[in-house]
Design a protein around this ligand. Sequence first.
Ligand SMILES: Cc1ncc(C[n+]2csc(CCOP(=O)(O)OP(=O)(O)O)c2C)c(N)n1
Ligand SMILES: [Mg+2]
Length: 895
Amino acid sequence: MHKSISTDIDPVETREWSESLDAVVHHSGPQRAHYLLEQLRRHAHEYGIPFPINANTPYINTISRDRQHPYPGDRQIERRIKSIIRWNAMCLVVRANRRSAGIGGHISTFASSATLFQVGLNHFFRANTKERSGDQIYFQGHASPGIYSRAFMEGRISMEQMYNFRRELADGGGLSSYPHPWLMPNFWEFPTVSMGLGPLSAIYQARFNRYLLNRGLADTDHCRVWAFLGDGEMDEPESLGAITLASREKLDNLTFIVNCNLQRLDGPVRGNGNVIQELEAAFTGAGWNVIKVIWGDDWDPIFSADENNLLPGRMANVVDGQWQRYSTGSGEYIRDHFFGTDPRLLKLVENHTDDQLEHLRLGGHDPEKVYSAYKTAVELQNEKPTVILARTIKGYGLGEAGEGKNITHQQKKLNEEEMREFRDRFDIPITDKELRDAPFYRPDENSDEYQYLMDCQSRLGGPVPARFVHSSPIEKPSPKLFEEFNKGSNGREVSTTMAFVRLLSRLLGDKQIGSNIVPIIPDEARTFGMESLFQKHGIYAHGGQKYDPVDSHTLLYYREEKNGQILEEGITEAGAMASFTAAGTAYATHGVNMIPFYTYYSMFGFQRVGDSIWAAADQRAKGFLMGATAGRTTLAGEGLQHQDGNSQLMATLVPNIYAYDPAFAYELATLIEDGIERMYVNYEDVFYYITIGNEPYVMPAMPDHLPEAELRNGIVRGMYLYKAGPRKKDQPRVHLFGSGAILNEAIRAAEALEASYNVSADVWSVTSYQQLYRDAKSCERWNRLHPDQKPRVSHFRTILGNDDYPIISASDYVRGLAEPMSRFAPGPFVALGTDGFGRSEAREDLRRFFEVDAESIIVAALHSLLERGEADAALVQDAIKSFGIQTESADPWLR
Ligand SMILES: Cc1ncc(C[n+]2csc(CCOP(=O)(O)OP(=O)(O)O)c2C)c(N)n1
Ligand SMILES: [Mg+2]
């Protein structure tokens, strides 16, 4: 049996080695000591002595007492301010829940993180101003009551809004539950409450700051990104998923602060482990600076008295569930159970009363320790991001009402006794009589507290958080950029993706907007034919290209550059989406209009990172999401996981997205031109989702049977008449709707219906069911609410008219995309679509399988005519037979 490596078989020898190290540190400094240790490690390696990788330091503060920075503020007054903020934050939730049970809100998250926030807000977080961008702060979503309460003290939030916390529809306006820029556009900058998205976004925001700097587009050198995160939140894969990117990109402009209260919603984060040590190892391994802020100043003398260095060893043996128990335990319990394991430990606290032991302050509640950590993070210019792991108590200050208890996350009500305790603990000047109403308390503008807050603001440039838009709209880009696409492809077969890449190159080359375009790709550029952009515009690489690329002799080599324009993200749709958001919100964050085009495999968009898209929408991001290789039957071969027939339907659910499925190059160009105008000229806070396919076909010229303006209006509003059928007397008629690549099937069907069945078919290109439906719903609602006025007519009905010919709609998406329009149609409406799992197959076979090919459209059209008595069953039967359509197969959506 091996002796454990932690067993000391010769303490005297151990002490000698330790003393040698002391001497080196003393005489030659820590760097020399580091050098010697490194040499020893290498020397040991020659003997084959195994050195297990250990990325952990002892469970003590990283910054020792003697290396602490002096505190620059007035501790007394800061404590008073913090206490008032704590009080108001608690009242905010208690009042809201008294008024309306179940309205929710959280007391205990902010209670644990109040010091972490206040130190930052008092001394570090620089405001965004017209003159220069500030810091970007990602506030932990559940701590919002505390953030509101400080803004309330600053006079930025009214009493009425405070009364209406979580009552946003109340008269006078309320406060949103969590940070939502969509709902409070002058206050919140970054939506954080879907846990995991904050940390991920913060990393990419810090990276995008550098991108803007390296490209000379914004002075972001001084900007720092701070992200406040929960320790439970760190379990989200997104939280840790990009931490190596942060170190690879040398983001020393980024600080994570993890509020390690050791609890999440249900209970301990790592009851049987140690979350701080676990995170330390992960971040250290990923190349971050780690600053642990575990113990507050009450522990300093205990550590100093610990000459035999016993405490770290004792602490290493305590798991988080037990730490939580100590933080709720009496002084006696702590003495007996924590210190009581060794008489020498007991001796360390022999002069401490039980009361003192019970209230030994933790690091995250000690402003000096927190200040030192922040200051160190800011000053550590070592090209590494920094994470601060701050230990706190969940529900700090709530006492019996929940401090450190497992129920504390959900605590929303305090009784009178608990309110009194809280008031006494934080010295709030509220009388016993007033207590019961949980009144807000705001010192007036002459008070020291208010003046102090104003001083902080003026030192840091203004209030935080606050969202401003300092940029202004751009001039409408030249229509010339888009014109060539109206002429068609001259008989050449091209895909909408190829047309898009061509258009993107034109935009990138444009003098006016070229440098504002941000192409973002998660490792699929070659799939989309975008590799030509590499050489011309360069791939962003903060350190430049340090190697001779393998393809350097070719024309289109893989060119990386410090000021490269393309964000080649590698295989991370989540990361690429975070880049999109950072770029698409630069108009607010940094006052520069960036126009991101994030092009990706459409199946890995809404379906995979839908929540990130939702957050981008909340954050008022602008730009273009380009869903490439789209269409369940247009992407042949790739099969079940890749073929996307869902995303257009999912996109309809995002309120500020304009979703389009164009078929032809001129439609695509019109939509992008319109998008740039809407987002960057008219300055609407919306973004675009456009699907593009990889099926090559001849792109027609813009039809000229309609005036161009009318046609363009149709493309943008969701539908236009592509080609009218012949008008012969007594000929049955149908409308055929087609979208994306399936429009070609509708065109083919129309030709065959005319040639072989004497049916006239009008072919309509539906570029957006989403837009058609929104407009129709909106007219319907207006008409319902204005019964005495002339009814509004939707675009759909305006162009379609009132004739009740059957409509057959076909798209490469699920039927549910088109079906809502059936309610607004003047006649029967049949939707064909691609519901179900995709298959690896050829395009033609897929279209037959899902019944969206021309033949299936013809059968549906004839059957509709049969139902109206305008065709007979034999005719339909013949068509089915002649096309060889399977009639007894199971529904494709069940197979
Ligand atoms: C993606 C996601 N899943 C679940 C939740 C619900 N939720 C809100 S707070 C919370 C616990 C948070 O624990 P922690 O991150 O440790 O923060 P603390 O409140 O302890 O500071 C949970 C599960 C959420 N907001 N987002
Ligand atoms: Mg927690």
